[in-house]
Design a protein around this ligand. Structure first.
Ligand SMILES: Cc1cc2nc3c(=O)[nH]c(=O)nc-3n(C[C@H](O)[C@H](O)[C@H](O)COP(=O)(O)OP(=O)(O)OC[C@H]3O[C@@H](n4cnc5c(N)ncnc54)[C@H](O)[C@@H]3O)c2cc1C
Length: 509
């Protein structure tokens, strides 16, 4: 065989590690291509720190071409795969497309925000699994506090300064913990009327915080959150989301302009579109991470249902810890399938969890040892620095700066509400003007766009009924959605709504 062609779809924890390991294992004997919509690997666990203004957004990214010199980077999203012809078709960032031929294919497209069929949520909530969403939240929260400080009406002030986070898994817990500290610091500088304090609420239908992690971690997080003033409301979720607030399942209506949706993720829709065997939306693979019956096809990470050999009968959870290690295993097995080395089964026991609660606090159980307070905080930061595949010095520098300087609470207004919809197959991409899916957005608000006004930049057209709406920015149409993709999304939405209504459970992240 001439130089084998290996294509990896997705450069997250699994895909990035697979590319890096294959690059080493094949020693230039294979052509490795990494297909990803962005030119960076995103270290998701530090995203709450981006939203809270501790880390600048680029800190949590690692350049793909800068760190994988022997891997060809193709910018784009896979939209169809011809298994018989062994080709992947993709769409690039400017709407152009291409085809990649492969001898071995690794699918590592990760996951996207999970929707539940609750009225108003798709329109009024925002997810939290990408850099644009974190940037949006950072700006939005900053803006709400600034606008609240400027209003004389207590009710309006209260609504702007009430932030509702749904899902008390590690993402929601960290967002609420950091959020309360962030807004308290802002209010210290610009007090609200009548001494009002920003109100953060953390909701979950489960009966405790961090329901999928060790109970002691949940207890620690719960104590820290409550002491800080976060309203922890377990056994409660959202019945309806509206423009003006959130109706809870216990009947209370909470006036608010912010609903952060952290109830979980679902596998990337690409997995479902391939018509291969699935397990709850994830591609079913064997313990060698190979798709049964397809010797040339492998999958890893959140998008793959990998048998958990440590817990027979179950599949490995959707965590970075597993995805990162599966990336290495899949690389070895792809190389072995090309005659380089031995294949191995995927086996990994959880090494514990770290949950960053902001300030110096965290909850952690490395190797089963339960830690809390500042010790856990130090272990958590040390863990993240060790786990990041790059940019460590910059991250550490931001932490030092944050410890000695007041945090910068300014909103740049670069990511708008409509450009980060909750229901999207591509959370990592900002929706651009002219995107067909976006055309319906202004209609939702019922407002006509204003023309070229400076204050538009400080308003949020979808979430903020009081604000002057911003005009649709002029400019070229970028990455128009392909008919096939729209069709696939529409089908997926139908399936997803059906599946979630049948399942009715949360996966907590
Ligand atoms: C805020 C947050 C905090 C988290 N914290 C932790 C934590 O502390 N510990 C932990 O263990 N886990 C954590 N997780 C979960 C963890 O990040 C995921 O389990 C992990 O990212 C999964 O890795 P992956 O490689 O499967 O997918 P991802 O890391 O999501 O990567 C998937 C990649 O595929 C790309 N992609 C998607 N579709 C396509 C396509 N069609 N074509 C090409 N490329 C595509 C995406 O752009 C992305 O780059 C967290 C998740 C979030 C959202």
């Amino acid at each position: 065989m001439s130089r084998p062609r290996i294509v990896i779809v997705g450069a997250g924890f699994a895909g990035y590690r697979a590319a890096r390991t294959l690059s080493r294992l094949t020693r230039h004997q294979a052509d490795i291509t990494l297909l990803n919509p962005t030119d960076y690997f995103l270290y998701l666990p530090l995203l709450p720190q981006v939203a809270a203004g501790i880390l600048e957004p680029r800190r949590v990214t690692v350049s793909l071409s800068g760190t994988l010199p022997h891997v060809r980077l193709v910018l784009g999203e896979a939209d169809s795969i011809d298994f018989d012809g062994r080709t992947v078709h993709y769409t690039g960032p400017e709407g152009d497309g291409g085809t990649l031929s492969y001898d071995r294919l690794v699918l590592a497209a990760g996951s996207v925000n999970k929707l539940l069929p609750i009225p108003g949520v798709a329109e009024h909530a925002h997810g939290f699994r990408s850099l644009p969403e974190a940037l949006y939240l950072r700006d939005h929260v900053t803006r709400q506090v600034e606008l609240a400080a400027d209003t004389d009406e207590p009710a309006r002030c209260q609504a702007r300064c009430t932030f509702v986070v749904v899902g008390a898994g590690y993402t929601g817990t960290e967002v609420a913990a950091h959020g309360q500290l962030f807004t308290d610091a802002q209010v210290r500088k610009h007090p609200l009327r009548a001494g009002m304090r920003p109100r953060w609420m953390l909701l979950d239908i489960a009966d405790r915080v961090l329901p999928e992690l060790d109970e002691r971690l949940g207890r620690t997080a719960d104590e820290v959150l409550r002491r800080r003033g976060v309203e922890v409301r377990m056994g409660t979720s959202v019945k309806e989301a509206t423009h003006d607030g959130v109706l809870l399942t216990d009947g209370e209506f909470v006036p608010s302009r912010t609903l952060v949706w952290c109830v979980g993720v679902r596998p990337d829709p690409l997995a479902a579109a391939l018509e291969l065997p699935l397990e709850r939306g994830r591609l079913l693979v064997d313990p060698h991470l190979r798709v049964p019956g397809r010797d040339e096809l492998f999958a890893a990470g959140d998008a793959a249902a990998v048998p958990d050999l440590e817990k027979p009968g179950s599949y490995t959870p959707m965590t970075a810890q597993h995805a990162w290690r599966q990336g290495k295993t899949v690389a070895h097995n792809v190389a072995a399938s090309l005659g380089m080395g031995e294949r191995r089964a995927y086996r990994h026991r959880d090494l514990g969890f770290v949950v960053d609660l902001g300030g110096v606090k965290a909850a952690a159980n490395p190797l089963g040892v339960h830690l809390s307070g500042a010790v856990a905080g130090a272990v958590t930061r040390g863990y993240h620095l060790a786990a990041m595949p790059g940019n460590r010095v910059r991250v550490a520098a931001d932490w030092v700066l944050d410890a000695v300087l007041p945090r910068q609470a300014v909103q740049l207004g670069l990511v708008r509400s409509w450009s980060v919809p909750l229901d999207t197959a591509s959370p990592e991409l900002v929706r651009m003007p002219g995107d067909p899916d976006r055309a319906e957005e202004p209609a939702k608000t019922g407002d006509a766009p204003a023309e070229g006004r400076g204050e538009d930049r400080a308003s949020d057209p979808v979430r903020d009924p009081d604000a002057v709406k911003h005009p649709e920015p002029p400019g070229p149409v970028k990455r128009p959605e392909r008919p096939a993709e729209r069709e696939e999304k529409a089908q997926h939405r139908k399936k997803s709504a059906h599946a979630t209504s049948r399942k009715g459970t949360h996966e907590h992240r």
